[in-house]
Design a protein around this ligand. Sequence first.
Ligand code: ADP
Ligand code: ADP
Length: 236
Amino acid sequence: KEGVCIDNVSFKYPNSSRAALKNVSFNINPGETIALVGANGAGKSTLVKLLCGLYRPDQGSITFDGVDLSVINKDSLAENVSVVFQDFMLYNVTARENIWYGNVKRPQSDEEIVLSAQKSGIDKLITTLPNEYDTVLGTLFKDSEMLSVGEWQRIALSRSFFNNAQLVVLDEPTSSLDAFTESRLIENFKAITKDRTAIIVSHRLSTIHLADRIVVLNERGVAEVGTPSELLEKKA
Ligand code: ADP
Ligand code: ADP
């Protein structure tokens, strides 16, 4: 079956007494963008971790184009699934090298790197080190070359642009951004999810509106599924 099938997935952390995910099922059609929403603790981050193979479901399965994501090896997983984590997971090397190291399929040339950096508007910044950035990781920065959180985020997005993975997962891509920076990045999200199957975990309405459908999680599993207009109009 094409697209993503999340079938009756349950998961409990070893040190926890209650399930983080309980009987979660939904499908994502090929090319579709899903917004994953739900209260704190509903299991959104856990589902992201299962999607990128950090954990395996205790029960149920997650397949992408018919392939079980919990059984394929790490390299093929990384070729199929590109994740932009909430905390960016950037290495303390230049943006250029972040785009390089962050991908299993290595860039073939510097031009390729510059191109993916251009797509998220950071091509002028590719020789800057993350520790010259803002305080997200609590690192000191040199004020001469300080980058904003938004620029940092865009480096993480560039990595995903370079990666041709057909499934892209954005975990709270705008949570640390102000509304202005977010609005400038919306175009990047559109570009990154275009022609790919995508999941965006987000609370922000402007980001949720990008999705074809919204999946609402709660502690009992999938609470609701619907288009943005169906769900948001109902709430209004
Ligand atoms: P969300 O991303 O929707 O806020 P999470 O996936 O982070 O939800 O959390 C789902 C549940 O799993 C919560 O009850 C949370 O406390 C628990 N949880 C998350 N991460 C861990 C962990 N590493 N160890 C134990 N419990 C965890
Ligand atoms: P998010 O904002 O994505 O929901 P959280 O702030 O809930 O993430 O979690 C931050 C980190 O703390 C994650 O790595 C998560 O796995 C971990 N975590 C969350 N809840 C617990 C818990 N009950 N026990 C241990 N670790 C947890």
